[in-house]
Ligand binder design. Structure first.
Ligand code: AMP
Length: 191
């Protein structure tokens, strides 16, 4: 079984789906967003550096993200598939991920894109701001920045994976359960 990438704009449900999929499948999952939030909570040495980017809704620079990602891949037991939640988000990250997977003799099996309309995303982020209290969901400007980064930097990688016939679109506006089932439908056929 090969590795999976979950792609989608902020609020598309990547984290929720990753959690559910990991329960039913034999994956390791990595979310840099989660790792960064943990670094902040636990007052790690690079807390202030990371917080500045997350609080502004900007991407954390590649040198730190790449180091964390490689560490994670290195520590994953050989042969165990990885579910990448929210990585890559830029073309340079997509290229780095290919290099890393090659280095560790593995590859991408499929890329799942969670499709959700802009208005629905805004609504969900506002709800999440109340429920989870994430600072980057609580300010319209920060949300706008994240959406802009998605459109400018992440959408090109959607095309990149589409050209490699790795991309599968799932309607992310369906119920949580239905989205999981749609993703698993692709897994059954592909992995
Ligand atoms: P998420 O939990 O995926 O919504 O990510 C929250 C924040 O973590 C993002 O707005 C970025 O600041 C940072 N982050 C998450 N994934 C990445 C990534 N692949 N590259 C750089 N920064 C990231």
């Amino acid at each position: 079984m090969f590795n999976i990438i979950l792609l989608g704009p902020p609020g598309s449900g990547k984290g929720t789906q990753a959690e559910l999929l990991v329960k039913n499948h034999n994956f390791f999952t990595i979310s840099l967003g989660e790792i960064f939030r943990k670094h902040i909570e636990e007052n790690c040495t690079n807390k202030t550096f990371i917080q500045k980017y997350i609080d502004n809704g900007e991407l954390v620079p590649d040198n730190l993200s790449f180091a964390l990602l490689e560490q994670f891949i290195q520590n994953t037991p050989k042969g165990k598939p990885i579910l990448f939640d929210g990585f890559p988000r830029t073309m340079s990250q997509a290229i780095f991920l290919n290099e890393m997977l090659n280095k560790y003799h593995t590859k991408i099996g499929c890329v799942i894109l969670l499709d959700v309309a802009y208005e629905t995303l805004l609504q969900r982020l506002k709800e999440r701001a109340i429920i989870q209290g994430r600072a980057d969901d609580q300010d319209d400007q920060k949300i706008k920045t994240r959406m802009h980064i998605y459109a400018e930097q992440t959408l090109p990688i959607v095309r990149y994976y589409q050209e490699q016939h790795l991309l599968y679109r799932v309607d992310g506006t369906l119920s949580t359960d239905q989205v999981t089932k749609s993703i698993e439908f692709f897994f059954d056929r592909l992995l």
